[in-house]
Write a protein that binds this ligand. Sequence first.
Ligand SMILES: O=C[C@H](O)[C@H](O)[C@H](O)COP(=O)(O)O
Length: 225
Amino acid sequence: MTQDELKQAVARAAIDYVVDGEIIGVGTGSTANFFIDELAKIKQRIKGAVASSEATAARLAGHGIAVFDLNDVAEIAVYIDGADEITAAGAMIKGGGAALTREKIVASVSKQFVCIADGSKLVETMGKFALPVEVLPMARAAVTRQLAALGGQPKLRLKPGTDQAFITDNGGMIIDVAGLAISEPVALEQRINQIVGVIAVGLFAQRGANVCLLGTPDGVRTLTF
Ligand SMILES: O=C[C@H](O)[C@H](O)[C@H](O)COP(=O)(O)O
């Protein structure tokens, strides 16, 4: 099975977690895109969706799914999104697609977080995938120094094929921190959140996943936390 087939399988399985008549929180990335395409097939069952990025909002709207502003929604029944790494305890690294801040906000008002990922994303210790941190542009250098002091190798994310900084949907920049073996994800998330100028860190440990649907060649494996 290809990686795309594994992603498609978990996207299909995630439909079982969609709550009829509700507004669904929808993540960002290649796995989330497969999920949006599956959601489109049952769109008459839901009221609409809240998107975690402009790209997701556009894909949802392209399928004719109503996209709600989070300010008009008090609570979301379920949030469905991918991850770059996930542990057996449900903690995740997210933000490979630069949507971490909005993902964290949507996840924070969602009753249930269902993570969908191919099996390669399950790790014992997070940190092989460089940890994304979104920062205010004026704080870029100051935050970079503090992230280096934590023992990582921070690197400004660039717009592909250019030497210009990548700019997020929120007008922020992303610093990817390599070389952190994340043995205490909750403590590290709290520590990085305390750095002035950080908008959000792509560690989802304080609010991790409730369920993870993992795509494997033997079928979809369900982990609950
Ligand atoms: O910012 C992007 C998100 O956190 C994605 O959910 C994450 O990067 C996983 O993306 P993909 O499903 O493309 O591997």
